[in-house]
Design a protein around this ligand. Structure first.
Ligand SMILES: [Zn+2]
Ligand SMILES: [Zn+2]
Ligand SMILES: [Zn+2]
Ligand SMILES: [Zn+2]
Ligand SMILES: [Zn+2]
Ligand SMILES: [Zn+2]
Ligand SMILES: [Zn+2]
Length: 420
């Protein structure tokens, strides 16, 4: 029997297709054009008529108008994929069925060749989120306006967005860079672009970390420029280094006192003590960046000058430092004062040693104060990461030597002539 639906004439031969039952056709239908499923290849139509397969099931045939006319069998039709832009059939059984179809995004979505240019993907994870201006493929996705001009899928929408500190353009979503960027300040501060973006417009930088403070378009929000009496900019802090800074002595007082308390405790823990009148002979001020000149690469944060046989110690700490950085500096300078006091202030490794004492202060904060723990750990890491020979390398050596015997620190200073 002819397998064309409703024919009923005698079959005069079979169309053989591997893996599918043969299709029997009558003499008339042998002459008609055969159409195969665009996906699996079985014959589904002869001329304008559908065929019935060997299992006596009707095989659906669907022919699309115009340039995308294709036939699909019932089985393949069940897994049909349509172009999200225009609705044309582009795939079935995970296979492209029309020419020019392209997979877009992760997970892959098939898009017809005509619509591919209008496919918009999530900037953070690559997923296809919309076609052209109106058709949202992911209904929870959003389009961020200028200057960001990116789309985010529903999963990425709640992720943390990091803006360019200059123009507000989103440059990171979660940990993923979504625009060209330049990173500053331990990768916590960002400007968009290379020379063409805000990163190309930097006109002044932070005295502490070289991050941007001012662009040709204006000062970064939160950054500080410190003026002298003639209103000239003598120092600057980037937005991160400008947070909660100590700019006046009254505000800094309690922080300095905390460090003095620490020095007392530390000296005693080392079997020593601060001389009874030590505190009375320590004076200190906040000093401007220009008073504490560094070389062209570094800003000196503090200075300790010990005068006369009576040993008066004058300490200067840089103004506009965040409290913990102020305290780390104060601890370093007080360590100089203490070393001068006991007569070993000129040891070759003294800068590393004073950093070691400062690290003990930071460690005490880490051990006792959860709210300041992370900031203290970051400042401690800065000491460890310092590659300077006198400050960094000597500090690392001394820390290693005293790691298991911190109570020997004062004895170490008295008894060790050199650490090389
Ligand atoms: Zn027939
Ligand atoms: Zn098929
Ligand atoms: Zn399309
Ligand atoms: Zn996404
Ligand atoms: Zn920008
Ligand atoms: Zn800075
Ligand atoms: Zn020093």
């Amino acid at each position: 029997m002819c397998d064309v639906v409703g024919c009923g004439a005698k079959s005069t031969g079979a169309v053989k297709i591997p893996t599918f039952p043969d299709v029997g056709l009558c003499a008339a239908h042998q002459l008609a054009q055969r159409h195969r499923c665009a996906c699996c290849g079985r014959v589904v139509r002869v001329g304008a008529a559908k065929v019935v397969d060997g299992e006596r099931q009707v095989i659906e045939s669907e022919h699309y108008d115009g340039t995308h006319g294709i036939d699909l069998c019932a089985g393949c039709d069940a897994t049909r994929e349509r172009c999200p832009g225009c609705g044309k059939t582009v795939g079935a059984k995970n296979r492209a069925v029309i020419e020019g179809t392209v997979p877009v995004g992760t997970p892959q979505v098939r898009v017809c060749g005509t619509c591919r240019a209008s496919a918009v993907q999530c900037a953070a994870c690559d997923k296809l989120v919309r076609m052209g201006a109106d058709t949202r493929v992911d209904p929870r996705s959003v389009s961020l306006p200028q200057p960001s001009n990116i789309d985010l899928c529903g999963v990425c929408v709640p992720r943390r967005r990091t803006p360019c500190a200059g123009c507000g353009k989103v440059v990171k979503v979660g940990v993923k860079d979504v625009a060209p960027l330049t990173a500053y300040h331990n990768r916590e501060l960002f400007l968009c672009g290379g020379m063409s973006g805000c990163a190309g417009k930097v006109s002044s930088t932070c005295t502490l970390c070289a991050a941007p403070v001012r662009l040709t378009t204006g000062t970064l929000t939160g950054a500080i420029e410190i003026l002298n009496k003639k209103d000239e900019v003598v120092a600057a802090r980037c937005p991160l280094d400008a947070k909660d800074v100590l700019a006046e002595r009254p505000k800094a007082e309690k922080y300095f006192d905390e460090v003095l308390g620490f020095m007392d405790e530390w000296a005693q823990a080392c079997g020593s003590s601060l001389p009874t009148d030590f505190r009375g002979r320590v004076t200190w001020q906040l000093a401007g960046d220009h008073e504490l000149a560094g070389d062209e690469l570094t800003q000196t944060l503090g200075l300790c000058v010990t005068r006369g046989t009576a040993k008066y110690h004058n300490i200067k700490v840089l103004t506009h430092l965040a409290p913990l950085r102020f305290q780390r500096t104060a601890a370093h300078e007080l360590a100089h004062a203490f070393a001068n006091e006991i007569g070993f202030g000129t040891r070759s490794y003294i800068e590393g040693y004073c950093n070691y004492v400062a690290s003990r202060f930071l460690q005490r904060v880490i051990d006792r104060d959860t709210t300041r723990r992370a900031a203290a750990a970051a400042l401690l890491a800065e000491l460890t990461g310092n590659t300077d020979l006198t400050y960094g390398a000597a500090f690392v050596k001394i820390s290693a030597k005293l790691a298991t015997s911190p109570a020997e620190a004062v004895k170490f200073l008295r008894n060790t002539a050199t650490i090389d």
